[in-house]
Design a protein around this ligand. Structure first.
Ligand code: HEC
Ligand code: HEC
Length: 337
C-alpha cells in the first residue's frame, strides 16, 4: 500500500480519472483511494466531486479552441515560473501548494472557487470573482503582480479552474469535501525547538536546512518554504492553522498524514517563524500594519511577533525579495454604493 501512496503523491498528479461520467462505483473507488492515504471519508452531507484530468480533456466533446485555452491554463498553473520577472517573483508554481495539478482534495483543490464565486471575501472585504481570487494568490503566494484582468493568460487560467469544476452546480448548498487545507486541532503548546528538529529530520532533505529549496536551470524542483524565494507575509499559508493543515495533509511529499497533529503544528510554528518578503499591505511600520490586519488575518500568523529564542521581531523590514515594488495596484477596494 505504501508503494501505491508514493506513486500517487510523488507523481504529483493524483490522476484518478472519472471520465466516464462519475457513477457510484468510481466515486467509491476515489474515496477508498483517499481513505487509504489517511484522509477522512466524506460525511453524508458533503459534496464529492472528481475533477477531470488532462487525459479527460483530450476525450472531451468541446471545441478544439477551448481545449487549447484550457491546456494553456494548465501549463500556466503547473509551470508558473514562465511568468518569472513579470508576474512571479519567487520560486513558486501554483502547483507548489495546490498539489495534483490543483485537483488533490485536502490540498486546496482550486475548482471550488469556480462554483462559489462571485462571493464575499473577508480578506479584502468585498465581493470577488474568480479572476480576483486568482489575483490574490499572485499577489501574496507568488509574491507577484497579478495577470491583468481579461488578459489572454487570465482567461486561460480561469478556464482551467472552471473546467475542473465541470458538472458541479453553481453555489452548491452542500459543504465541499476536501476543500482547503483542513487543519488538525491546535495542541495546547507549540514548540519551536521540536519543530526545528522535526523539520531537519523530515523536510530539509528536499527543502534545505535554510528553507531555500532547490532550483535547477530555472525550474523549481523543491519550492522554498521561507526566505526571499518563498511566499510573502500576506499569503494564506503564513497562518499557522493553514500551514499545519498543509503539512499534515501533504508533507513529507508522498507521505500524507504521517505526522502527528502536534508534529505538524510544531513544524508549522517553526516554518512560520522564519523571515519572508514583506506583506504587500505593509504601511511602512510593522506595528501599525499589525494593528490594521491583526484582528482579521495576522492574529493567526507570527507577523510582528517577537521570536522567543532570539528576540527578533518578525517582518520588521521593508524587504520585498526579488519583487521591485511592494504593492501591486490590483489591490484596491471596491464599492457599490
Ligand atoms: C504558497 C502556497 C500557495 C501558492 C503558491 C498558491 N496558492 Fe492558491 N491558495 C493557497 C492557500 C493557503 C489558499 C486558501 C486555502 C483555504 O481557504 O484554506 C489558496 C486558495 C486558492 C484558491 C481558492 C480555492 C477555494 O477553495 O476556493 C484558488 C482558486 C487558488 N488558490 C488559486 C491559485 C493560483 C491560480 C495560484 C498560482 C497563481 C496559486 N493559487 C498559488 C496557497 C497557495
Ligand atoms: C521528497 C521531497 C520532499 C520532502 C521530504 C518534503 N517536501 Fe515539501 N514539497 C516538496 C515538493 C516537490 C513540493 C511542491 C509540490 C509540487 O511541486 O508538486 C513541496 C511543497 C511544500 C510546501 C508548499 C510550498 C512552499 O515551499 O512553501 C511546503 C510549505 C512544504 N512543502 C513543507 C514541507 C515540510 C514542512 C516538510 C517536512 C514535514 C516537507 N515539505 C517535506 C517536496 C518535499
Amino acid at each position: 500500500m505504501m508503494r501505491k501512496l508514493l506513486t500517487v503523491a510523488l507523481s504529483g498528479t493524483f490522476a484518478f480519472s472519472a471520465n466516464l461520467a462519475a457513477n457510484e462505483d468510481t466515486t467509491q473507488a476515489y474515496i477508498d483511494q483517499l481513505t487509504s492515504m489517511g484522509f477522512p471519508a466524506p460525511k453524508e452531507s458533503q459534496l464529492v466531486h472528481i475533477p477531470p484530468t488532462m487525459a479527460d480533456l483530450e476525450e472531451a466533446d468541446i471545441h478544439p479552441e477551448l481545449k487549447k485555452v484550457i491546456r494553456k491554463g494548465y501549463d500556466l498553473f503547473t509551470n508558473t515560473q514562465q511568468l518569472r520577472g513579470e508576474n512571479v517573483f519567487n520560486n513558486m508554481n501554483c502547483s507548489s501548494c495546490h498539489l495534483g495539478e490543483g485537483r488533490m482534495p485536502f490540498s486546496a483543490p482550486i475548482w471550488p472557487a469556480a462554483v462559489t464565486l462571485p462571493g464575499y471575501r473577508g480578506k479584502n472585504g468585498h465581493v470577488n470573482n474568480l479572476e480576483e481570487r486568482i489575483a490574490g494568490c499572485f499577489t501574496y503566494s507568488m509574491n507577484g503582480k497579478p495577470l491583468e484582468y481579461g488578459s489572454d493568460n487570465m482567461l486561460a487560467l480561469s478556464a482551467y479552474h472552471q473546467w475542473l469544476a465541470t458538472g458541479v452546480e453553481m453555489y452548491p448548498k452542500q459543504p465541499i469535501y476536501g476543500r482547503g487545507f483542513p487543519a488538525p486541532e491546535r495542541p495546547a503548546e507549540l514548540s519551536y525547538a521540536n519543530g526545528e528538529k522535526l523539520y531537519e529530520e523530515n523536510c530539509a532533505v528536499c527543502h534545505q536546512e535554510d528553507g531555500s529549496g532547490l532550483r535547477v536551470d530555472g525550474h523549481t524542483v523543491f519550492p522554498a518554504p521561507w526566505g526571499d524565494m518563498s511566499n510573502n507575509w500576506g499569503a494564506g499559508i503564513v497562518r499557522l492553522f493553514t500551514a499545519a493543515g498543509f503539512i499534515k495533509n501533504n508533507m513529507p511529499l508522498g507521505q500524507p498524514n504521517s505526522l502527528s497533529d502536534q508534529e505538524a503544528w510544531d513544524i508549522a510554528f517553526y516554518m512560520d517563524s522564519q523571515e519572508r518578503p514583506q506583506d504587500p499591505r505593509y504601511t511602512g511600520d510593522v506595528k501599525e500594519t499589525l494593528e490594521q490586519f491583526g484582528p482579521t488575518f495576522h492574529k493567526h500568523s507570527m507577523y510582528g511577533q517577537v521570536r522567543e529564542h532570539d528576540g527578533k521581531v518578525l517582518a520588521d523590514h521593508d524587504n520585498t525579495g526579488e519583487k521591485p515594488f511592494l504593492k501591486p495596484d490590483t489591490i484596491r477596494s471596491r464599492n457599490f454604493d
